[in-house]
Design a protein around this ligand. Structure first.
Ligand code: 6PG
Length: 241
């Protein structure tokens, strides 16, 4: 199976998380301005990375006072719901996290998918300081993404309208294509593309089929992600097969 270009296979989840942490530190170091924007992935894979960043090996290497953390998507559930990516991120970074409260930009889920999508698009554009993203000034320094077993990424599912959105930066997803089957709010391809770096973290044998479909050229949402720079994939051996 020929893997997507820019793919790196590492022994296990821990090694994937450490490589991702090193790349995140590099991406931060490349940005000398007073603000760095990182878009977090949801799901379970990135938990190890987030825990590493908050842990003794990396906590002193992350420029916490400059980094702003955004979300690639979330489920439309209360933030204390076990399915919420906000809850996952808060728990993974730890409640004593060094992230300044004003630097964690949650996707609002209390008024439904459409209202939350509109509000989050405003949040992104207010941070960006303009009403349209321009290619030579990416919104994000780094976008972290995962891969669903159906080839989705963020909450851009095969065959769902949000995956065809080319204007809005954030879209509602009334019907998820994979569990949890709750409405979602997701960044769209134009928003994900506005990033200096894009990094997929994919682990576990459950992702082999989706990776094989991508390698075979199937048109899956994860395969449509672009970035200002190269899109890189970090896989563990279980996923790479
Ligand atoms: C989400 C994620 C989603 C995730 C993939 C992989 O909110 O669920 O944004 O795109 O990255 O579904 O999920 P796992 O890491 O749990 O396998």
């Amino acid at each position: 199976m020929s893997l997507p270009t820019g793919t790196h296979v590492l022994p296990d989840m821990e090694a994937v998380a450490r490589e991702a942490a090193e790349r995140l530190i590099v991406a931060c170091g490349e940005n000398r301005s007073e603000r760095i924007a990182i878009c977090l992935s949801g799901g379970s894979t990135p938990k190890t990375l987030y825990g590493l960043l908050a842990g003794p090996d990396y906590a002193t290497r992350v420029p916490w006072e400059r980094v702003h953390w955004f979300f690639g998507d979330d489920r439309v559930v209360p933030w204390d719901d076990a399915r919420s990516n906000v809850r996952m991120v808060r728990e993974a970074f730890g409640h004593g996290s060094r992230i300044p409260a004003t630097h964690l930009h949650f996707i609002p889920s209390d008024e439904g998918a459409e209202a939350g999508a509109r509000a989050y698009e405003r949040t992104l554009l207010d941070y960006y300081g303009g009403d349209t993203l321009v290619p030579d000034r990416p919104l994000f320094d780094l976008v972290l993404l995962g891969l669903g077993e159906d080839g989705h990424t963020a909450s851009l599912f095969p065959g769902k309208p949000a995956s065809d959105e080319t204007r809005r930066l954030v879209a509602p997803v009334p019907e998820a294509g994979l569990a949890p089957f709750v409405p979602r709010i997701t960044l769209t391809f134009p928003a994900l593309a506005s990033s200096r770096h894009v990094l997929f973290l994919v682990t576990g044998a459950g992702k082999r089929a989706a990776l094989a479909r991508l390698a075979a050229g199937d048109d899956l949402p994860a395969g449509r992600v672009t970035g200002a720079g190269k899109v890189a994939w970090l896989l563990d051996e279980a996923a790479a097969g």
